[in-house]
Ligand binder design. Sequence first.
Ligand SMILES: *Cc1c(COP(=O)(O)O)cnc(C)c1O
Length: 323
Amino acid sequence: MKPPRKVPLIQAPTPLHRLNRMSAELGIDLWIKRDDLTGFGGGGNKGRKLEYLMAAAIDRGAEVIVTCGATQSNFIRQLGAACAVCGIRCSAATMQLPYEDARPTHPALKTTGGNVLLDGLLDVDMRIYPDSTWEALYANAEDLAQEYERDGNKVMRVAVGGSSAFGAFAFYEAGEEVRKQCEENFDWIVFASSSGSTHTGLAYAYRGSSTRILGIASDPEPNILEDFAKVGVELAEILGVSPMSAQDYEMDFGHVGPGYGIPSDEGLSAIEWMARTEGIFLDPIYSGKAFAALLDRVSKHTLQGRVLFWHTGGFPSLFTLPE
Ligand SMILES: *Cc1c(COP(=O)(O)O)cnc(C)c1O
């Protein structure tokens, strides 16, 4: 296998350490992987994917990258930082919240402060559209890309969350990184899962081992595992192995709460407990909900032994919680 080229952005390996007070309280052997501490663009799991994505952008001679996502997207913030480093213009079509049929019942994150403040510092050309469906947002992103093209720019289009086989490859490597840091096997690796690079990469890295790779859905989208399987097919080609199918991914959909992008009460409690017990900040949309799921499973004895919680970052959105 020939690994794809990458632009170094993050400080890897990210720290991995035991959570001593929580382990004692929960009666499990709980560890944490600190992808919130990548040392790049405010931290978070997207830095790993961006090392490959930016190499592809440079190889293609991209002058502008156009993407889309939630207004308080952690991906857009880290992409903005990566674009700054590479001298590429970054533009994003965003909306506060997606809704398909009815308006969400709970308030979303604010559209100022947090990641949006950092995006401003990074000079991301951020366009905020009215809340609608993802399809409508994709169409807005395409208009934005064409606007840049009409002005004579070479544009690269990047999907929501930057998910691609290269992104998944970055997490396949992250799985290897953990093996090097820590010889003893984990029974479980638990993390927030959404666009699929993290989940797909880790699932391939631990395939056939006794470690169970458990994603906690941040998004209620039921067909998401089919999308992971598609990304996985391309990853399997890069790795030269046979592809995994949608049923091979273990995902818990029970902790999305009021919906994608909306804080949940149990997530907020989990954030508080993590802060007060270990001095670590989780985020309200992804890692807080994932950690709440971990706690729920420990209390129901469906998760025990030696457990690694993968901190995927996102803490700037703590500053944008609704009143
Ligand atoms: C993007 C993101 C995730 C989900 O990662 P994917 O690889 O897109 O599934 C989880 N946590 C945080 C904080 C994120 O920003």
